[in-house]
Design a protein around this ligand. Sequence first.
Ligand SMILES: *Cc1c(COP(=O)(O)O)cnc(C)c1O
Length: 429
Amino acid sequence: MKRTQSESLFQEAQQYIPGGVNSPVRAFKAVGGNPLFISKAKGPRITDADGNEFIDYVSSWGPLIFGHAHPKIVDAVSRQAQLGTSFGAPTELEIELAQKVVDAVPSIETVRLVSSGTEATLSALRLARGVTGRDKIVKFEGCYHGHGDSLLVKAGSGVLSLGLPDCPGIVSDLAKNTLTLPYNDAKGVKELFAKMGNEIACLIVEPIGGNMGVVPPQPGFLELLRKVTAEAGSLLIFDEVITGFRVSYGGAQKLYGVSPDLTCLGKIIGGGLPVGAYGGRKEIMDHIAPVGAVYQAGTLSGNPLAVTAGIEMLNLLSQPGVYEDLDKKSERLCNGYKANVDKLGVTATFTRVGSMFSMFFTDQEIISFDSVKTSDTELFKRYFNAMLEEGVYIAPSQFEAGFMSAVHTNDDIDQTIAAQSRALQKALG
Ligand SMILES: *Cc1c(COP(=O)(O)O)cnc(C)c1O
C-alpha cells in the first residue's frame, strides 16, 4: 500500500499542528506508524491522500450512522449554506431539532444545543453542581466524557492508548472532587453512596461503555445507579454522546428502560457536523441562563448548518426498520469475525450492543476497564496494520468501539470478513 502522500502531509502537519493532529486519538500512536490523511469519503468507504480506499468502521468515531456524505444530508446542508451559515440569533431549525430530541429521548423535556460532546458534559456537570449545591461527582474508570477538567480522570481510550497516567494542568482541588469507581462495580457504588451520598452532586456514566471498547452494563447496574442517586438526592447523568440514536432511536435509556435526570448527546445528532446537547426535566434545565443562574453560552450553538445536518440524520433514522437492519448487519460482521477467530485459534472476546461492537484479544469476561486492559495490544497492533493493508479501516486502538452504518451492504461486510481472516493470519505471523 502506497502511503507517500500521507507520510509527507504528516511531516508537514507536525510543523504547524502539535503532533500533526487536532485530536490525539487520530495519531496512530497505539498502533505504530503514521496516520492516514483522508481526502474524501462516500457511503461506507473512505479514500486517503494516496488514493487507497478502505471500508470504514470508525464512522468519524460514531456520528456517521448513515455513512459518509449521505446525499440527503449533503443537499440539506448545501441548501442551508446558501441561506446563511450563522446568525447568532434563534432559528426555527433549532426548534425542529430540539423537538425531535425531546420526542425521541424518554427523559428529556427540554434540551440545550451546544457544539461538542465535551461542552455538553461539562455543562451538565456545572448544572448538576449548581442545582444540588454539592461539589463531588462520581465517574467510572474507562468512561470518557470529553476533556473537561473534572472529567479527565481515568478517562478511557485516548488517555489509555497514549499511556498518559494523569493529565497535567488540572487543578488538584478540582480533580479531588472527582470520585472514580470500576465500571459495573455495584458493590463499590453502594458503599460510596452509603458513605458520602449527601455530598455527591451527580454520577455520570456511559450507559454502555464505549470509550474502552464496548463494555455493556451488567443486568441491574443502571437500575442500581438510578436507585442510589435518587436516594442521595444526586443527579444521574447518562452520557449518551455515543449511544444516543446509536443503539435505539431513544438511546440506551430507551433500550434499558432506565431514565436519568440529565442526558448528554453529541456525535450522531450533528449528522457529521459539530453538535452536542444536554437535556432533562424542565425543572432542572430551567436552572440554566437565561431562566436560571447557571451560566452556559455559545457563539455557534445551534449553528444552522449543524442543526440542519442533525435534522436530516434524525429523519433518516426514524424510518422503520433502520435499527433492526443495523443490528442484523453488525451481527453478521461479528459472527464472521468470530468464525475466523475460532478457525485460527485466536483468543478473543466479543462485545456488541446493536451497531457498536468490539473484539478484544483476551479470554477475560469484559466488564470493566481492568478486564479490557488484559488484551494483547501487541497482537492488536499487528492486526490493525494488517487490516489497513487489507483495505479495512478500524479505530487505531484496541480500546475503541467499531461502528456499523446503515449503508454498509452485506457484500461490504462479507468482504470485510474475508479481509479479516487474511489480516489475522498475517498478524499471527
Ligand atoms: C466523544 C465523546 C464525548 C466528547 O465529545 P466531543 O464532541 O469529542 O467533545 C463525550 N462523551 C462520550 C461518551 C463520547 O464518546
